[in-house]
Design a protein around this ligand. Structure first.
Ligand SMILES: Nc1nc2c(ncn2[C@@H]2O[C@H](COP(=O)(O)OP(=O)(O)OP(=O)(O)O)[C@@H](O)[C@H]2O)c(=O)[nH]1
Ligand SMILES: [Zn+2]
Length: 219
């Protein structure tokens, strides 16, 4: 297994220190073996639901699900998939808020394993470096590709950016529809959950906080 990038190591350590890491029990296994086992278990789940696995539309489903879990929707459980981060020296001496709004976010509820569909807004006030804009989207995507609760997802994005940017002045807000609320259970098709995590001046300085919260009201 290749070494983790320095950025991935730093973010992982910061989350562990703050007790914000996703609860994990590591299993020493390569991804090929992991997918083979998930496929076998999923085949059994489908058989228990009395689905005919010899049907040509269903026969490949266990393999597809295993591949989707490991390589796609839960790929953020593996820090080897942490995005490459580009930091640029803040030669421009930007000391005002930079905001990326309406970042598409698709995650999975860890209680029911169904979709969380939302969008994130991220702001920060640079110190010595600014981050490549797309890297903010990629960090949101990395932590979304785990089984999640929205509160932890919001905090993980905040701490990752604080760690990489070397500043506490970061703010994250997520609006999301939980399909465990919409498509089952209470079956509320319209409610949206908002979670916000504020760091540094976004928490302590009322006008910075207001500027961020106002920026959320553009849509
Ligand atoms: N705080 C929080 N709760 C969540 C999130 N996603 C799902 N939940 C909630 O997790 C709870 C699990 O409650 P349980 O009573 O154990 O599960 P359940 O019987 O399926 O509950 P219902 O959804 O009410 O039918 C539910 O209230 C979900 O709405 C999330 O991101 N954050
Ligand atoms: Zn749920």
């Amino acid at each position: 297994m290749s070494e983790l990038s320095l950025e991935a190591q730093k973010v992982k350590t910061a989350l562990e220190q703050k007790n914000l890491e996703t609860p994990l029990c590591r299993v020493a296994m390569d991804n090929r073996e992991r997918k083979a086992k998930i496929e076998a278990h999923f085949r059994e789940i489908m058989q228990l639901m009395e689905l005919d696995l010899s049907d040509d539309s269903l026969v490949e489903t266990p393999r597809r699900v295993a591949k989707m879990y490991v390589d796609e929707i839960f790929s953020g459980l593996d820090y080897h998939n942490f995005p490459k981060i580009t930091l640029i020296e803040n030669k421009m001496q930007v000391d005002e808020m930079i905001t990326v709004r309406d970042i598409t976010l698709t995650s999975v509820c860890e209680h029911h394993f169904v979709t969380i569909d939302g969008k994130a807004t991220v702001s920060y006030i640079p110190k010595s470096s600014v981050i490549g804009l797309s890297k903010i989207n990629r960090i949101v995507e990395f932590f979304s590709q785990r089984p999640q609760v929205q509160e932890r997802l919001t905090q993980q994005i905040l701490v990752a950016l604080q760690t990489l940017l070397g500043t506490a002045h970061v703010a994250v807000s997520i609006d999301a529809t939980h399909y465990c609320v919409k498509a089952r259970g209470v079956k509320d098709a319209t409610s949206i959950t908002t979670t916000t995590s504020l760091g540094g001046g976004f928490k302590t300085n009322p006008s910075t906080r207001q500027e961020f919260l106002r920026s959320l009201k553009h849509y």
